[in-house]
Ligand binder design. Sequence first.
Ligand code: SF4
Ligand code: SF4
Length: 83
Amino acid sequence: MSACRPGCGACCIAPSISSAIPGMPQGKPAGVRCVQLDDANLCRLFGDPRRPAVCERFDYDHSLCGNDRYRALERISALELAT
Ligand code: SF4
Ligand code: SF4
């Protein structure tokens, strides 16, 4: 069972993504909102083969996602700075 919070979107903002995303051919820097993240913080490419493989692999992880999106943004950003 996934406990991912629909509408969170922290993992589509905090981390950098080095592969190309439709609309972001160079990928995205850390802390920048993905252009495919819609106003409800849902991925527009869900189920679309153009969705980067790295996005498919990002799974809910309580130690990162925490209990709310603010904690998730904080933790994923901290991890990003540490790598
Ligand atoms: S940060 Fe975690 S809870 Fe938030 S959208 Fe990503 S996987 Fe889901
Ligand atoms: S492509 Fe979709 S899942 Fe991947 S970072 Fe962008 S909004 Fe998130």
